[in-house]
Design a protein. Sequence first.
Length: 342
Amino acid sequence: MAKLSAAVLSLCVVLAFLAGQSAAGRYYSDKVQDKVRKEVEKAMAYNPGLGAALVRLVFHDCWINGCDGSVLLDKTPTDGTNTEKKAVTNIGLAGFEVIDTIKQKVGANTSCADILVFAGRDAADILSGGKIFYKLDGGLKDGVVSSAAAADANLPESTFDFTDLQNNFAASGRGFTVKELVALSGAHSIGVAHLSSYQDRLAADATPIDSDYQLALNKTTPLELLKKGQNPTVPNNPRDASAAFQKDAAYDPVTLGVSPTRNVLDNSYYHNNLENKVLFKSDWVLRTDGVAAGKLQDYKDNAAMWNSDFAAAMAKLSGLPPQGKNLEIRKNCRFTNQQYYY
Ligand code: HEM
């Protein structure tokens, strides 16, 4: 009898798991979220780099006046075309066309802010092979302001020191802890960065960086390129770099104890960071604070703990309420309803 109940229980667990998965991925008991999921899967199959872009969009939207789709606006009545997209800290932001396509599919009743956080959630789920997942309820509204200056004043910079980062994350309207800062920074296991964003790390007096890794970076993207008007990108994670780069950087994922599979959202960032093989000063400085350094070690040692803390922090981020007074559900994610004409 006991054996039978155990078998029934395991069957229920399997069925419950399957209920949340489709052949291609996950599905929801919500038509809008299903449509978002389908489009994100399609977009990432066509261009895998879009996954990282969609995850970053959540951070860059929700950090400025809450999750209000302000990062998607091309112009507003008060900011003209000088919207968040023009901010220096928003360099490389992408994924806007995916959001536009989804908006066309889901129609007038779903806000652009909801689409953006759903899409970022699905991208994280897909990039982590289903290990990072969180539920979102929707119901966010879209804002009508979007200022490049406000984005630059509020988004953290890659040259921040630890106290700058801690204050930025703890700021009112956000309230993120050091633990959440460290958990969210693990998003830098995916995606790419422009030379201008890590140029300080190529100098002789850079914040500590592994000398082989620095050499490889200087070889692939020498600083002189900036003077020539070029601003190439490298992967945030040396694991995603070419074999030649990895050889120069003395980067062997297996020796480091991380999975060699590329383009995966996982805890490899913590392994890299504790070897000084991270791109930004803002990544490395997490080593300079006792609490943050402890979390770096925890997340390196315990992948499941990071998956779950990252998911919880992303859910919190995706739920930061829009702060504007005049909220709406946009007809087109690039324009406020006042400025959108059919
Ligand atoms: C802690 C402070 C942070 C700083 C200073 C920072 C800075 C940066 C910079 C400079 C880039 C490269 C931009 C470029 O040159 O193209 C970048 C890329 C990225 N960041 Fe962050 N970031 C931070 C936190 C976060 C958080 C919290 C997330 C997500 C939850 C995130 C997700 C990403 C992703 C996914 C990319 C790659 C984007 C792509 O390939 O399209 N970052 N970040």
